[in-house]
Design a protein around this ligand. Structure first.
Ligand code: HEC
Ligand code: HEC
Length: 219
């Protein structure tokens, strides 16, 4: 009986080890690399950049320091996904005026959502005191306030283009929208997500936006 338990134990461990080795060969994708730095925001001070680099650059930049365990699946998949989504939200190394507003950043920092809590567990250097958080927020606010973002248009909204110009540039530049290519279903999801973030569109405007987006930036 005892021998059998040991034998089953060995088989289970062997299968586990084989699976672990097998998943290592699954490729992670291009987000594992650091593309060149294109443009950074016009930092108000070196101090702001230093704080942002410490706490935010490992997911929101092209200067990511990949630790040794970032090569080992399944941790590598989780990290690669954080970077993919982090860079999609905004990228300090590929910055266009208006890519992300400071109010959203401040809210994320104050609520403890950013940096991601699991990241702080292994990066004590990014754990800030309250004073440091407020310093970073003040710095980001000053940095982004100096950007010239085209103000939302006040022209009457009569077609898809002017609707997007008026309602979508409140939080990010229209480049964000122009860069995206999506199927109609994906645009439906996108508009739902933007509304949940605070985009002001009534039901009729939502369908106008979806029609225009899938026609103009469709797949
Ligand atoms: C370990 C990776 C990681 C770090 C470090 C990190 N972020 Fe993020 N961030 C993400 C991911 C992933 C998303 C997209 C998913 C989400 O919104 O939760 C994101 C999204 C955001 C968003 C968009 C939120 C929204 O409403 O969609 C803001 C703002 C943000 N991060 C700010 C920051 C700031 C400021 C820092 C530094 C103080 C920071 N992040 C550090 C991973 C990270
Ligand atoms: C209340 C703020 C806000 C408004 C208004 C807003 N967005 Fe966004 N949008 C965000 C944030 C934050 C992100 C980055 C995080 C993310 O993608 O979840 C984003 C990212 C995006 C992206 C890139 C990510 C993706 O899904 O491809 C697209 C495209 C986009 N928005 C489209 C729009 C359109 C179209 C509108 C107008 C109908 C709009 N947004 C209005 C906050 C907003």
């Amino acid at each position: 009986m005892r021998k059998r338990i040991i034998r089953v134990g060995i088989i289970v461990i062997a299968i586990g080890a084989a699976l672990f080795l097998l998943i290592q060969i699954i490729p992670i994708g291009p987000q594992r690399t650091n593309p060149p730095v294109v443009a950074e925001p016009k930092w108000d001070s070196l101090q702001t950049r230093v704080l942002a680099k410490r706490a935010c650059f490992d997911c929101h930049s092209n200067e990511i320091k990949w630790p040794w365990y970032s090569r080992i699946a399944p941790v590598s998949w989780l990290l690669a996904n954080d970077v993919l989504e982090g860079r999609a939200a905004f990228n300090f190394s590929d910055w266009h005026a208006g890519d992300m507003n400071s109010a959203t950043m401040a809210a994320q920092i104050n609520s403890g959502k950013m940096p991601l809590p699991q990241y702080l567990l292994i990066h004590p250097n990014a754990r800030f005191t309250n004073a440091q958080k407020q310093q970073l927020i003040a710095g980001l606010t000053a940095t982004l306030a100096s950007e010239t973002v085209r103000p939302p248009s006040t022209a009457p909204v009569t077609d898809g283009a002017s609707l997007l110009e008026a309602r979508c540039t409140v939080c990010h530049s229209i480049d964000r929208v122009r860069k995206a290519k999506k199927t109609r279903d994906q645009w439906v999801q996108n508009i739902k997500r933007m509304v949940s973030k605070g985009a002001q569109l009534n039901a009729a405007e939502q369908s106008m936006a979806i029609d225009y987006l899938s026609k103009t930036y469709g797949l």
